[in-house]
Design a protein around this ligand. Structure first.
Ligand SMILES: C[S@@+](CC[C@H](N)C(=O)[O-])C[C@H]1O[C@@H](n2cnc3c(N)ncnc32)[C@H](O)[C@@H]1O
Length: 292
């Protein structure tokens, strides 16, 4: 019911995008339109990347020694930055020498449109000034983005870069990547031993349901994917942790939201046989490093 109410609250285009992502055989949403992004409560607020970073770093600092990321002079890479460049504007405003990403839905013309500049980037810029100080004027900010932001229109497994990254980020992306192995191989390739990384992975159903895991465990993983399309790979936190370690990436996986109490659904034996309760009920986790 909650899902239906949610779908009814969306514009026809938004509903069509979700259906295209969720129904097998229809993968690939319609291309983004500037207004659809600018007026989205999620995509339209660029400063949410600063909020996410502040919150996620605070969580990590409770679990291990962690100094806040310093972008000054750094080469920053993001996996799947999304249609508005993700962490790119923030990293470049804060002094990164470059920001690179691979994003299958990237549309350079959309990002350079006057609507995005005036309604998204300018507000984002003003919020960055409030948070980090007047590091540059708006024209310099836009020029810096034009010159130092390079986003490849492909999956991260095909990402190319000369040299290594200093900082690697992703926000709610790794759970959407099919197959994920190529992306982890690519991370191992572009990182050096001191590369700092922070990935937020959302293991939930990505619907506004009462419990964020509702519906996920009623059938084996492959059946869910066959029914709902390749929107989410349905790996759990220990799987992602093991994948990083299998590529010798020194990662620590920190659960950051546990949602057992309000879960009342059936759990198919397929899940019970493979995962303990910690793995089943961790909705959010941070995969960070380098960890000792
Ligand atoms: C939930 S969105 C998050 C986007 C952005 N990180 C944000 O927080 O707004 C997931 C993103 O993963 C991207 N994605 C899916 N498969 C990918 C792949 N193989 N490589 C890189 N990005 C991918 C999608 O295009 C989408 O932009």
């Amino acid at each position: 019911m909650a899902k239906l109410e949610y779908l009814l609250s969306l514009t026809p285009r938004e509903s069509w995008r979700i259906l295209r992502h969720r129904l097998p055989g229809l993968r690939g949403g319609p291309s983004w339109q500037p207004n659809e992004l600018i007026y989205s409560s999620k995509h339209g607020r660029g400063i949410r990347f600063a909020e996410l970073l502040l919150r996620q770093e605070a969580v990590v600092a409770r679990a291990m020694a962690w100094e806040p990321l310093n972008f000054e002079g750094k080469r920053v890479v993001e996996v799947g930055c999304g249609p508005l460049g993700g962490y790119g504007p923030l990293a470049l405003f804060c002094g990164a020498v470059s920001f690179e990403s691979a994003e299958p839905e990237w549309d350079a013309a959309l990002f350079e449109s006057p609507e995005v500049a005036e309604k998204y980037l300018f507000i984002f810029y003003a919020d960055l000034v409030a948070l980090y100080g007047q590091r540059m004027d708006f024209d310099t900010f836009r020029r810096t983005l034009r010159e130092r932001m390079q986003i490849q229109h492909c999956g991260f497994e095909k990402f190319t870069m000369a040299g290594k990254a200093d900082i690697v980020l992703s926000q709610s992306c790794l759970e959407h990547v099919f197959p994920i192995e190529g992306t982890i191989d690519k991370l191992a390739e572009i990182q050096h031993a001191r590369t700092r990384f922070l990935h937020l992975v959302d293991f939930g159903n990505h619907y506004p349901t009462g419990n964020p895991l509702d519906g996920l465990y009623e059938q084996p993983r492959d059946d869910y994917i066959a029914r709902r399309g390749k929107a989410m790979n349905l790996l759990r936190a220990p799987d992602v942790d093991a994948l990083f370690k299998s590529r010798n990436i020194p990662a620590k996986t920190i659960p950051s939201r546990f949602v057992k109490e309000t879960y009342h659904g059936h759990i198919h034996p397929w899940w019970r046989e493979r995962y303990d309760e910690d793995a089943l009920f961790t909705q959010l986790a941070l995969v960070v490093g380098p960890a000792a």
